[in-house]
Every structure is written in structure tokens, then in C-alpha cells.
Design a protein around this ligand. Structure first.
Ligand code: FAD
Length: 396
């Protein structure tokens, strides 16, 4: 027997869960399929300790999904993005530039939240929606598309017919492969370490990106807790260096972390375990195929610089919600419009972040000096500075 639904979402990562809440709140029948039952506590084995900075263009879709009211009480505002060049001979800040959201409007750039908490709140929201089903512990196994519907077989053998299949199943997307959509992948030989720290100096809602070589070391503000100031850290470097640090005794790791942070927030105390993430950039040749839309990392992956990844995923979701009606859901015209609306922006952002990442990786001293001079020059031209901030958060 086959099950019938409006939308089948393959993948219950943060992007797939957000899509399930948003389409559920819009009244569609939704089935979301996820092989790994989501981990919803920070300290539990396998929890996702990364944080996501939601830039303000992402907030309306979270509101429409009925999620923002749940998330806002846990969020830390991002008012200033501070770029620090510490690429001189000594590992000390030599150029410090503050990109202040007040230059653009009275809103902060965005709000930062831990990924494990996003999963917890998204699952709770889905449970309120009787038209949304979440199937944890099963995977999409095969996909057969026709002009009128898509047939999906899951790993438990069950068969599901839907008007629209959303591939939100990550960078190795089975849905994308089943549709024969090619990807272009750029490899940097880098990894990112993600963890949380407490520190004596308040972060003042400033996200700080420190550039030296190998990749940025970034502090992202978290709300204070237990009387302590706290930040999330994303530390990118050559993969071999990250692997070496993962194997260090705690005291030696702490000393390297302290030196790389240039002491900007005082003495750091690591308050979570370390998780390591391989860094690539990847872009799918098309955002859609027959009866199928790709979103999030199934369609685009980029290094975690400038808080772009999940915000682009929510831009995908916003476009899908705007284009879909009960009458045209998943038809060829709707999906062609989705590809046109998103692909150009996705390509431009992947290219932009690729450039920034390569600049941050630079090892040779003369090129690091050139990077610092370029930051100084770009910052000093006010219209260019504001233009870069607008492009970064995705507003005009
Ligand atoms: C260190 C780091 C920091 C980051 N910081 C930010 C930030 O500040 N702001 C931001 O916007 N972005 C950030 N990003 C990017 C952001 O985390 C990702 O864009 C986002 O988590 C990806 O979400 P996703 O749901 O597409 O992918 P995933 O989280 O990989 O989810 C895909 C899901 O699909 C499931 N799946 C796989 N195969 C199948 C199958 N066959 N059937 C069904 N399901 C399947 C997987 O189990 C998984 O749960 C960061 C990334 C990294 C690496």
C-alpha cells in the first residue's frame, strides 16, 4: 500500500525541519524523513554544537513557521561584525574594523542560536501541527518521478506518493543523485573545529573573526549563563593542523586556542566538547528536477564564513513557499521559477565566500600584508563598506 502526502521532505537536519514547520503551518500535508533521530540536548552524545546566526532576512519565514517566538528567548543579538587581521609576523591584532549594523538600520545583523536547541524547538513545533509527520530512523532509499507525482521508497520498505519532494538530505544528497543532478565541488584541505567557551571579557554582541593563516578563528556571541560570558567558536585551519589539535592534551589545546584568539576576550575556558567539520564549497547544477526541489546543503555548501549557509537555506525555503500554491505544488513551472529565483544568488554567494576563504588561508607574509591593506581600504570607503554589509546579510 502506498501513503499519499502533499510534500515529502527527505532530511530532518535544521533546514529540513524548518521546511516541515513552514509548509505544515501553511496547511500542506507534510512527511519529513530522517535516518538519525535528532539530538536535542547539548551534552548528549552526537549533539550538534555548532551555532547558527540567523540574519534578519531569515526571520519572516521563521515567524510564518511559528518558530521565531520559540527561538527568540534563547537568541543572542549580533550587532557588530568585527574583522581582525592578525597576519603580521607576531600573532597580534594589527587591523581591527567594526562593521556595525547601526550603519544600515536600527536592527542587529541577526541573532545567534545553538543548533541542538534549534532541533529541540523545531521538533516541538512540528508536534503541534497535526498535518506534519516526522519519521525518524528511516531514510529515503529510492526516488521515481513522473510528471504528475513523485514516488519515494523508504529504507523500511514503505512507499509514499507526493506532489513535491524536497531534497534537504545534506551535501551527499541521495535525492540529488537519484535525479542525476551534477555538483561542482571545491576542496580546501581544511576543517573547522566548533565548540563553546566562557570568558571574562563581555562580547558586547560582537562577532569577531580573527584572520592570520589557515582560516579564520571566529567568536560568535552566546547569551550569558550561570554568571558567565559565553561564545561559540569556529576555528578553521588546514585539516592536518585540526587533527593534530584534536589529539592534544587539554592544557596544550587551551594554550594554542588562547594564542590564536589573540587574548581578545581574556582567558578562555572550553565549556563543550570539540567537534570537527570538513570544509568544502559545492554547488548543484540545478536547484530542481521533475517534481523535486533541492534546498540547503543538498544544493549548496560553503565554508562557515559570514553566517551564510543556513540563511541561504532559509532563502530557498522562502522562495519555495512564495511560489507554491495548492494548485501548482511541484509542477514544472513552479520548479523552473524556483531554479531561476535562487540559482544566481547561490552561485554569487558561493563564489564570494570562496574568495574570502582563500584570502583567510594565505600563508605568505607579503600576501597577508596585502590582505590587511585591502581590508583597511575597503573599510574606509563608506558606501563600499555599507554595500558589503548589505550584500552579506542579503538586503538591498
Ligand atoms: C562549523 C560550521 C559552522 C556554521 N555556522 C553557520 C552560521 O553561523 N550560520 C549559517 O547560516 N550557517 C552556518 N553553517 C552552515 C549550516 O550549519 C548548514 O548550512 C546547515 O546545518 C546545513 O543544514 P542541512 O539541513 O542542509 O544539512 P544537514 O545538517 O547535513 O542535514 C541533512 C540531513 O539529511 C539526512 N539524510 C542524509 N541522507 C538521507 C536520506 N537518504 N534520507 C533522508 N535523510 C537523509 C541527514 O541524516 C541529515 O540529518 C555552519 C557550518 C559549519 C560546518
Amino acid at each position: 500500500m502506498r501513503d499519499e502526502t502533499d510534500i515529502l521532505i527527505s532530511g530532518g537536519g535544521v533546514a529540513g525541519l524548518a521546511a516541515a514547520c513552514a509548509f505544515g503551518a501553511a496547511g500542506y500535508r507534510v512527511t519529513c524523513v530522517e535516518p538519525q533521530p535528532p539530538v536535542t540536548e547539548a551534552e548528549a552524545e552526537g549533539s550538534d554544537l555548532r551555532t547558527t546566526a540567523f540574519l534578519h532576512p531569515s526571520i519572516p519565514v521563521l515567524e510564518a513557521a511559528g518558530l521565531w517566538a520559540r527561538l527568540a528567548p534563547h537568541a543572542a543579538a549580533l550587532q557588530i561584525m568585527r574583522i581582525v587581521d592578525a597576519g603580521g609576523v607576531e600573532a597580534r591584532p594589527r587591523v581591527v574594523k567594526d562593521f556595525d549594523a547601526a550603519d544600515l538600520s536600527d536592527k542587529p545583523f541577526g541573532w545567534n542560536l545553538p543548533n541542538w536547541l534549534l532541533r529541540r524547538e523545531m521538533l516541538a513545533r512540528m508536534a503541534e501541527l497535526p498535518n506534519v509527520r516526522f519519521l525518524a530512523g528511516v531514510a529515503t532509499a529510492s526516488v521515481l518521478t513522473r510528471a504528475s507525482e513523485v514516488l519515494v521508497t523508504l529504507s523500511d520498505g514503505s512507499r509514499h506518493a507526493a506532489k513535491l519532494l524536497i531534497g534537504a538530505d545534506g551535501r551527499g544528497s541521495l535525492v540529488r543523485q537519484a535525479l542525476g543532478i551534477e555538483v561542482k565541488t571545491l576542496r580546501y584541505g581544511q576543517k573547522a573545529l566548533a565548540f563553546a567557551v566562557s570568558h571574562p571579557v563581555p562580547h558586547d554582541n560582537i562577532s569577531t573573526e580573527i584572520h592570520r593563516s589557515g582560516g579564520p578563528f571566529t567568536f560568535v556571541p552566546l547569551p550569558d549563563a550561570g554568571g558567565q560570558h559565553r561564545s561559540a567558536v569556529v576555528w578553521m585551519d588546514h585539516a592536518a593542523e585540526i587533527d593534530r589539535r584534536l589529539a592534544l592534551p587539554a592544557t596544550e589545546f587551551a594554550a594554542e586556542m588562547q594564542a590564536r584568539s589573540c587574548d581578545l576576550l581574556g582567558e578562555l575556558t572550553q565549556i563543550s566538547r570539540l567537534t570537527a567539520w570538513p570544509i568544502i564549497a559545492q554547488i548543484a547544477a540545478r536547484m530542481a528536477g521533475e517534481r523535486t526541489a533541492l534546498m540547503a546543503e543538498a544544493a549548496h555548501v560553503m565554508p562557515p564564513i559570514g553566517a551564510q549557509g543556513l540563511n541561504m537555506s532559509l532563502a530557498d525555503l522562502t522562495a519555495l513557499l512564495e511560489l507554491a500554491t495548492p494548485a501548482n505544488l511541484g509542477d514544472a513551472a513552479m520548479l523552473a521559477a524556483y531554479h531561476r529565483k535562487r540559482h544566481w544568488d547561490v552561485e554569487a554567494r558561493v563564489r564570494g565566500i570562496d574568495l574570502l576563504n582563500r584570502a583567510s588561508q594565505i600563508g605568505a607574509q607579503p600576501l597577508r600584508d596585502l590582505r590587511a591593506a585591502t581590508l583597511n581600504a575597503m573599510y574606509s570607503i563608506a558606501p563600499l563598506r555599507r554595500g558589503l554589509m548589505r550584500a552579506g546579510i542579503g538586503v538591498r
